[in-house]
Design a protein around this ligand. Structure first.
Ligand code: ADP
Length: 183
């Protein structure tokens, strides 16, 4: 566990659908209609109320572009809210992927702050079906969150919930390089 300015920042290996933070972030796709990976797991665990709100959002504002974020109920989850964001699909790294991935994290945090939330859990956005190399994605994820927390002090806790051991290890290495834990 680190403290970044006013906020606790931690990594854990596990299933984000079991997190009790005020919100969990969903690595959604632009349709907001659910899918595989963490998206499917969140809709399965949270029940139909989440998809119902997603449909209303899409009927109001259309598909959600990569890099943007919206909030819905958490349905039956322990988390009261789900923040849905869309990361970039990896096309080799020269199609705006780093900027879009940073934006997905930043906009999710902005939505959390705008709704008065105090704690947020993130999965590793874009590193599953969307193919973003994990080490590159971890650097952007952690740098973007740390930079945000230096400028915005209202969040108490941000947690990265990494599903598999390999992804957890890479995030831990990247975080240690960015913010060495004091002995
Ligand atoms: P994307 O389409 O953005 O790549 P995926 O859901 O395919 O999203 O993968 C993103 C990451 O989420 C991957 O590291 C995957 O292992 C992880 N993941 C899958 N299920 C869960 C879960 N229940 N909790 C946390 N992370 C999960």
């Amino acid at each position: 566990m680190r403290t970044v300015n006013k906020t606790r920042l931690s990594l854990l290996q596990g299933d984000i659908t079991r997190q009790a933070t005020d919100a969990i972030v969903n690595a959604a796709n632009s349709s907001l209609m659910g899918g595989g990976g963490v998206d499917g797991a969140i809709h399965r665990a949270g029940g139909p109320a989440i998809l119902e709100e997603c449909k209303q959002i899409v009927s109001r504002q259309g598909r959600l572009p990569p890099g943007e974020a919206v909030i819905t109920t958490g349905g039956n989850l322990k988390a009261r809210h789900v923040i849905h964001t869309v990361g970039p699909v990896w096309h080799g790294g020269h199609s705006g992927e780093p900027e879009l991935l940073a934006s997905a994290y930043r906009q999710s945090l902005r939505v959390a702050v705008a709704n008065g939330l105090k704690s947020v859990s993130f999965p590793s956005i874009s590193t599953g079906a969307f193919g973003y190399p994990v080490r590159l994605a971890a650097a952007i994820a952690l740098e973007t969150v740390i930079d945000f927390l230096h400028r915005e002090e209202s969040l108490e806790e941000v947690v990265f919930v990494l599903f598999d051991a390999a992804t957890y290890q890479i995030y831990a290495q990247v975080l240690e390089a960015l913010l060495p834990e004091k002995g």
